[in-house]
Design a binder for this molecule. Structure first.
Ligand code: HEC
Ligand code: HEC
Length: 405
């Protein structure tokens, strides 16, 4: 009861502060003659929902070594280790490069062969439930396992990975620290443990705070002086984002994604006669995978542990839907979209401005429609998207001492 009353009190206080800010901003505009937008209570609420940042750290109950320092250290080692690939030439870091936003700058990834999709960034990847552009994996560890054994990507096998973890002194020492036992005799089980360590490492990839986050916090706190530091163009772009653009219908919450799937009119033709069915095919792969949450490797045995996987339904509308990407750290990380077909953020904004409604095949209420934005509006929206990027702090290189003696 007290908790609820307190929450109501807090809501009242913040609504009051927001109202105060609306007033001060109007005055500020008049006094300074700046073209900074005013914010309604609804807008302040919508913008507030994109924070706070960084979010509180959470553990993944499906992965018993989630958050464990020893598992993170093992995962980081494995992430950079080319011996995880069949011919010893590719590591995860070949495609997910830290200096390239954990992607590779290519429109479509190249493994042993050319792939049909772009390498997504791994920033904030720990907070999703569905992974891959098509949601074919329902945990970060299952997604991390896939490229290791996929013949088009790293083309290794459970046997190869298990032998490496059993035989290499540093890796097997780190494994014992992370899991409390030496790698067992079941190759597939050891492969899953390696993937869980990889997941523990990737959970640490949280993007830095940005100019937007400072603005968002100032707006919510009613601090108009601090809010005024945020460039006017980004403010105008933000107004479009949460307003006529309706962008936050899908790019929702602190990560700027609702974690679900959508169709924004990006063509799903791969080459003549071949289509990428997106979520439709992803759900079939998910159901067929021995590594989904309904299988034996899910460490979360509670009812909630596989609830979403058990109840997800395949719908006609899933055809051609792709996962809504988060929008943090997109800065100069193009190309964009699942197939890398748009080179710059300007191109993305133009796409939303001119999208052909006939391209959209979503059922029900369309969330995307051609916005017909002026050149100035498009530039403002780009300025806002850019304000979601900041220079990440330098990464400390970890060289855990273990085993090698
Ligand atoms: C050949 C390049 C390549 C390599 C090597 C590679 N990846 Fe990826 N990664 C991709 C591509 C492409 C996708 C998108 C896959 C899809 O949607 O089908 C992806 C998707 C992912 C995702 C899902 C991200 C999201 O937002 O849903 C994770 C996590 C991931 N990779 C981790 C890894 C790990 C861990 C390794 C090493 C074991 C690895 N990747 C190796 C190209 C690569
Ligand atoms: C219906 C949900 C939806 C709405 C509304 C929406 N988006 Fe998207 N957005 C997506 C999906 C899904 C993708 C990925 C599409 C693909 O790759 O085929 C995407 C991709 C993007 C990307 C590229 C990100 C990347 O990593 O490639 C940007 C930038 C973006 N959207 C910005 C916006 C802006 C700005 C608006 C408002 C004008 C908006 N979105 C409205 C769902 C949506």
């Amino acid at each position: 009861m007290t908790g609820r009353r307190e929450a109501r009190g807090r809501r009242k206080a913040s609504a009051w502060r927001a109202a105060l800010l609306v007033v001060t901003l109007i005055v500020g505009v008049n006094a300074q003659g700046l073209a900074q937008p005013r914010w309604s209570e609804d807008e302040v609420r919508a913008i507030g929902a994109h924070g706070p940042w960084p979010p509180p750290a959470t553990l993944d109950p499906s992965n018993r070594v989630s958050g464990r320092p020893a598992a993170i250290a093992l995962g980081e080692r494995l992430f950079n280790d080319v011996r995880l690939s069949g011919d010893g030439t590719l590591s995860c870091a070949s495609c997910h490069q830290s200096e390239r936003n954990w992607s590779d700058g290519r429109a479509r990834a190249r493994g042993r062969v050319g792939l049909d999709r772009r390498t997504p960034s791994l920033w904030n990847v720990g907070q999703g439930y569905w992974f891959g552009w098509d949601g074919a994996a329902d945990s970060l560890w299952a997604q991390s396992l896939r490229p290791i054994i996929d013949p088009r990507e790293m083309a290794a096998s459970a046997g190869r990975v298990a032998a490496l973890l059993r035989g290499e002194p540093t890796l097997s020492c780190l494994y014992r620290r992370a899991f409390g036992t030496a790698p067992g005799q079941d190759d597939e089980a050891v492969l899953v443990e390696a993937a869980k360590a990889l997941a523990a490492f990737q959970e640490t990839l949280v993007s830095p705070r940005t100019a937007f986050d400072d603005f968002r916090d100032a707006l919510v706190a009613g601090d108009s002086a601090a809010a005024a530091h945020y460039p006017a163009a980004a403010q105008r772009g933000l107004k479009i984002f949460v307003g006529i653009g309706n962008c936050n219908a899908c790019h929702f919450g602190p990560r700027f994604t609702n974690g679900e799937f959508g169709d924004v009119g990006v063509p799903f033709f791969v080459r003549p006669g071949v289509v990428d069915s997106g979520r439709m095919g992803g759900l079939a792969k998910l159901a067929a995978s021995p590594f989904n949450r309904l299988g034996p490797y899910n460490d979360d045995k509670s009812d909630a542990g596989a609830l979403r996987t058990r109840h997800v339904q395949r719908l006609h509308a899933n055809f051609g839907e792709f996962r809504v990407p988060g929008l943090r750290q997109l800065g100069s990380a193009g190309p964009y979209m699942h197939n890398g077909q748009l080179a710059t953020l300007q191109d993305v904004v133009r796409h939303y401005s001119e999208v052909d409604p006939d391209r959209l095949h979503s059922d029900g209420v369309p969330l995307v429609r051609p916005l017909a934005l002026s050149a100035d509006d498009q530039a403002d929206l780009v300025a806002f998207l850019r304000s979601l990027t900041a220079e990440p702090p330098a990464r400390a290189v970890t060289t855990p001492e273990c085993g090698a003696g």
